[in-house]
Design a protein around this ligand. Structure first.
Ligand code: HEM
Length: 158
């Protein structure tokens, strides 16, 4: 079985420099699905609504256990709201039919925090760990991470 841990560093770095699956926002700050789109069966391969729910909950389990970043999340609180909005966002990125992201734009949500690239990469690592935890197919996990990675431009401000 492939080990996510072994591939983590190389995977995170190469994914962060990819632009083929660009997570993006409209000029008004509305999050839109990736273009070009990730494979049409990505949402299904991810396990649909149930898979996204399990993955997002696993992600926050790792984030809240991650001493590099958990203090930032704890300080803002509202973790249930964040989990719910991240489920929506991930569903949209994976091409889930009929799901709309109802939260703030990535730039608006994060601008006050002065997030560093190191902190951003910590979330990417935790996202890979969540994939391993819930056994998301490796290729589908990479597609999601690649789709989320370009949000770095909106999230990292320090
Ligand atoms: C690809 C990476 C990331 C994604 C997809 C993401 C996604 C989100 C989403 C969907 C929200 C909810 C927005 C809303 O409340 O309307 C949010 C809020 C938040 N994010 Fe992120 N985020 C990312 C990276 C980070 C990083 C690196 C940090 C800090 C280390 C962070 C800290 C927070 C905090 C503390 C909030 C809550 C803000 C508040 O309640 O005022 N995020 N994020």
């Amino acid at each position: 079985m492939k080990s996510y841990n072994k591939l983590l560093a190389a995977g995170a770095m190469s994914v962060l420099s990819m632009s083929a699956f660009a997570g993006s926002e409209t000029p008004e700050g509305k999050v839109q699905a990736t273009y070009p789109p990730i494979s049409s069966d990505a949402y299904e391969k991810f396990g649909g609504e149930y898979g996204v729910a399990r993955w997002t909950e696993a992600l926050f389990k790792y984030i809240m256990a991650d001493n590099r970043i958990n203090h930032i999340f704890a300080a803002h609180g509202k973790i249930d709201r964040q989990i719910a909005l991240n489920k929506q966002l991930v569903s949209v990125m994976l091409g889930a039919p009929g799901v709309e992201y109802q939260g703030a734009s990535m730039s608006a949500a994060h601008e006050e925090m002065k997030i560093t690239l190191t902190q951003f990469n910590a979330v990417v690592e935790d996202a890979y760990l969540a994939c391993e935890d819930v056994r998301t197919p490796y290729h589908t996990c990479n597609q999601l991470i690649a789709a989320l990675a370009p949000f770095k431009r909106s999230i990292v401000t320090r």
